[in-house]
Design a protein around this ligand. Structure first.
Ligand code: SF4
Length: 283
């Protein structure tokens, strides 16, 4: 049995940095430590942190009640309003927003100031997109599908700036940009898709096209893992989406000669290792 583990599987730079910052804060004992939203889309890690005393703040209303605490902003980032609430209430902010996301926040501010309407290509309910939107203005729009592009409420000759959710699929981004460009707007396109995502997707696609079965590891609410799964599934019908080793169907190794393994950006190394070892031993 041949087992290929993707080199790009697991934590990306931004997620590793955010998780490390929470563990770093745990060394202090002067204030309670909180994260604004789960630090990553991985239940195992979030549970471990909760057991160590880290509280997850799940809404703006809950944040409003917090005083005298340290709040870590996760790699997805947050909108301007969240910083304002924290500053108003004297909360100590540890900003673990990924620098690549931070860059999009700056673009949103600058381009709005320059008179361009911001269009974010991404999933409107994703926290990263909510955060980016929070640095735009009331005119900011979010699109994810060609149908939504057709319904964009734009006026003739409008100046636009298009950015992307960092984890968006590159080909879909290009298609949507082309569709928006069919109209006669003055468009500035900034491809803000993160290389970590692209590299992980390209490698996953290549491995999935070469193996008999493919395993994609990641949290069920992780959009980048879901996208990896979709890409792999197109190349390999025997693709399995698991959160941990416990979800792995023992029969999925039946009559396969090669297995590929990849994992989303929020999957800790120890889970990838566990699955890898198990596949080697049991398949
Ligand atoms: S995927 Fe890229 S942009 Fe997103 S947290 Fe990771 S390194 Fe940052």
């Amino acid at each position: 049995m041949e087992v290929i583990v993707a080199k790009t599987a697991g934590f990306c730079f931004g997620v590793k940095r955010a998780v490390d910052q929470v563990y770093e804060q745990l060394k202090r004992d002067d204030k309670p430590i909180c994260t604004y939203g789960p630090i990553i889309h991985n239940e195992e890690v979030v549970r471990d942190l909760e057991e160590k005393g880290v509280r997850v703040i799940r809404s703006e209303e809950e944040l409003e009640m917090i005083r005298d605490a340290v709040v870590v902003i996760r790699s997805h980032g947050v909108g301007r309003r969240i910083y304002e609430i924290m500053e108003k209430n004297g909360i100590e902010i540890v900003d673990a927003t990924c620098p690549y996301v931070k860059k999009i926040h700056r673009i949103a501010e600058e381009q709005n100031r320059a008179g361009r309407r911001l269009i974010i290509i991404g999933n409107e309910s994703h926290p990263e997109v909510e955060g980016i939107k929070g640095w735009g203005n009331d005119n900011t729009l979010v699109v994810e599908t060609p149908e939504q592009v057709e319904r964009l409420p734009l006026s003739e000759g409008e100046k636009l700036c298009i950015v992307s959710q960092t984890t968006f699929n590159y080909n879909k981004f290009q298609d949507l940009v082309e569709k928006i460009s069919e109209t006669r707007y003055d468009i500035l396109v900034l491809n803000t898709i993160c290389n970590a995502t692209q590299e992980r997707q390209v490698e996953a696609k290549r491995i999935a096209s070469e193996v008999d079965a493919m395993i994609v590891i990641g949290g069920k609410s992780s959009s980048n893992t879901q996208k990896l799964y979709d890409i792999c599934r197109r190349e390999c019908k025997n693709t399995y989406y698991i959160q941990t080793l416990g979800d792995l169907d023992p029969d999925c190794g039946n009559s396969v000669r090669s297995v590929g393994i990849t994992a989303g950006a929020s999957t800790p190394n120890y889970i990838i290792e566990e699955v890898h070892t198990n596949v080697r031993v049991k398949f």
